[in-house]
Design a protein around this ligand. Structure first.
Ligand SMILES: [Fe+2]
Length: 232
């Protein structure tokens, strides 16, 4: 469990979207950068490829992205896992063919004052669903599927969320429209805060403690760039 919950909560707010966070020229740089970066993780089970934007790629553009983020969320420190070569990274590109299931990206350092997570859309036709529900344990994928619970990966696997948010059944229509890849019983007690509709160049900003997942909708493949931050 995170140690600074009071401080973390002080910075919590509702998720929001910045339309056209990057312009057309920068979108092209991002696409070029993505092509040039080496693959860090290729998970065939989850059908997801990850690349880290390490410090040695486009350093000037990296500085600009950092400054642009600062204008939106104020002072922060990056909190992204280092690359295999132990290099600092500004964030993670995720290319997926399959929706990412319910989880939280709270990290594993309980001393951190968790702050914002940002997600830059680099493809269209998908959604990300942010829930009002919060979690103060480590990075966890929430599931009631025995196969998922026994899988190993970066995140812890758990169904402890079901004991936290009450018994209320999840909205059937919303489930059908966006989340039919999730077992509706795995969503019990959850309340939707925001649906982020992916438009290239738009940025979603949300708290690290907020539960979230992809919608079921993916046209061909989904590409996003995500950055995690902490406060000092
Ligand atoms: Fe996430």
């Amino acid at each position: 469990m995170h140690k600074n919950i009071k401080k973390i909560q002080k910075f919590e707010q509702r998720p929001f979207i910045i339309k056209n966070f990057i312009n057309q020229r920068d979108i092209e740089i991002f696409q070029k950068l993505y092509d040039e970066l080496p693959v860090e993780i290729n998970n065939t089970r989850q059908q997801i490829k990850k690349k880290k934007w390490t410090v040695n790629y486009y350093p000037e553009f990296q500085k600009k992205y950092h400054e642009d983020l600062k204008k939106i969320i104020g002072d922060f420190w990056m909190d992204n896992p280092k690359s295999k070569e132990n290099l600092e990274s500004l964030g993670l590109f995720q290319e997926s063919l399959k929706p990412v299931s319910l989880h939280v990206d709270t990290g594993f350092d309980y001393k951190n004052i968790l702050y914002k997570q940002t997600l830059l859309a680099l493809s269209e036709g998908s959604e990300t669903i942010i829930f009002k529900n919060r979690f103060y344990g480590c990075s966890t994928t929430f599931s009631i599927d025995p196969a998922e619970l026994s899988a190993t990966g970066y995140n812890k696997r758990s169904s402890e969320h079901l004991a936290l948010y009450g018994e209320k059944n999840f909205d059937k229509n919303f489930h059908k429209k966006y989340l039919s890849h999730e077992n509706i019983d795995n969503l019990r007690g959850l309340e939707v805060d925001l649906v982020f509709e992916w438009k290239i160049g738009d940025l979603l900003v949300f708290d690290r403690t907020a539960l979230h997942c992809s919608s079921k909708n993916i046209i061909e493949k989904k590409l996003g760039f995500t950055t995690s931050t902490v406060k000092i």
